[in-house]
Design a protein around this ligand. Structure first.
Ligand code: NI
Length: 393
């Protein structure tokens, strides 16, 4: 039988089990690095499939499935954490953990990873090499689970890696690809501007950090408009400003907090230097002092073009070309980027929308849910990618 057909049949065979697993995880969401129950469920199911389990990165799991023939090692990654959101879907399997919700589809990602393990376990005798299942903690929260997984050996000996993320703007049954830079790096800015406090009516005896902060905010806006190639992308947003307490008092200091997004490593580094230069320059001209802290978050997510084309080709073989879309680039960040810095691979999108059934809410929304048909698509795709990739010499 053709491999595509075999995989599709196995996805059908395990579909009901995977739906049950997804609902069980959905009902018991756990936040970053607290995925104890989820991790236990994952290791129990992997164990039953004959996958060798090791516990890493606090609540993370590496599952190893060795084929009967020699070959490469392919990693398939799922993330397991939920968000601090109060669920409002009213679903029968809605969150039982008050204030926590799988509103980003990581319940689906985990169930899909397990579904792929079920399919691949059954094809063990046809596997050339090794499939490495990565179930990582904390995708939602900086510093992310990926660096800890890597530190604990998740990528040792891995030749390529694939991961997916649900997307509410595309229908269930579809998958989308994007080569090159797909998601941004995200860094947090913490700026403190120190002046000299004084009477609001006697500004000449003070150094006003409020006026300086206003200039800094506008100055930082020139970062994207003047320091970035117009054909490139970047964002700077100051999302918080705090300073002062009375109409007639010039305060001592103002604090600004913001986010900086970039699509290339080079501009990211340049932008960090420019944020410091602009802030320090404006503050110096005002006689104020400043402290600029940049808390580095996830790096730019860059999909290796060869592996991306390969994955797209696999999707066409498995589902037909009309089920494949061109994935949009997003300024959001994703810690899968860390794996892609070390090993070639691709991160792709899995449609979960179903307008007829009213499934349209975006991720991170308290009404977010998925058309579970996407689970069938996701597990077939991950399993097929591993099989096809390992069949290549
Ligand atoms: Ni997510």
């Amino acid at each position: 039988m053709e491999l595509q057909k075999k995989i599709r049949n196995l996805a059908d065979k395990y579909f009901d089990d995977v739906v049950k697993i997804r609902r069980a995880i959905h009902a018991n969401p756990e936040l970053a690095f607290e995925e104890h129950e989820t991790s236990k469920l994952v290791s129990d199911i992997l164990g039953k499939q004959g996958v060798v389990v090791s516990h890493v990165a606090k609540t993370g799991i590496i599952g190893t499935l060795k084929g009967t023939k020699n070959g490469k090692t392919v990693a398939l990654r799922s993330d397991m954490d939920a968000l601090p959101i109060r669920e409002a879907t009213g679903l029968p399997f809605a969150s039982k953990n008050e204030g926590k919700m799988h509103a980003c589809g990581h319940d689906a990602h985990t169930a899909i990873g397990l579904g792929a393990a079920m399919i691949l376990s059954e094809l063990k005798n046809e596997i050339h090499g090794e499939v490495r299942f990565l179930f990582q903690p904390s995708e939602e929260k900086n510093p992310g689970g990926a660096p800890f997984m890597i530190q604990d050996g998740a990528l040792d000996g891995v030749d390529e890696i694939y991961g997916l993320h649900v997307i509410a703007q595309h229908d269930a049954g579809t998958v989308g690809f994007c080569e090159g830079e797909m998601m941004a790096s995200a860094d947090e800015l913490y700026i403190t501007i120190k002046g000299k406090s004084g009477h609001g009516a006697r500004p000449h005896f003070a150094t006003d950090p409020i006026v300086t902060a206003a200039q800094v905010i506008l100055g930082l806006q020139t970062l994207v408009s003047r320091s970035l190639d117009p054909f490139s992308q970047g964002v700077i947003t100051i999302g918080s400003i705090h300073g002062g307490f009375a109409p007639n008092i010039i305060p001592e200091e103002v604090k600004l907090v913001g986010t900086l997004r970039s699509m290339t490593k080079q501009w990211r580094e340049y932008a960090h230097a420019r944020v410091k230069e602009i802030t320090e320059g404006i503050c110096a001209s005002a006689g104020a002092s400043c402290e600029v802290l940049i808390d580095k978050g996830y790096p730019v997510l860059r999909n290796e073009p060869g592996k991306t084309h390969f994955a797209e080709e696999c999707a066409r073989e498995l589902f037909g070309s009309d089920q494949v879309f061109k994935a949009e680039r997003l300024m959001g960040a994703e810690d899968f980027a860390y794996y892609l810095e070390k090993v070639p691979g691709t991160f792709y999108r899995l449609g979960i929308r179903n307008q007829k059934s009213g499934i349209t809410a975006d991720i991170h929304n308290d009404h977010f849910t998925i058309d579970e048909e996407a689970l069938r698509t996701g597990m077939a795709m991950q399993a097929y990618l591993a099989m096809r990739s390992l069949a290549q010499v």
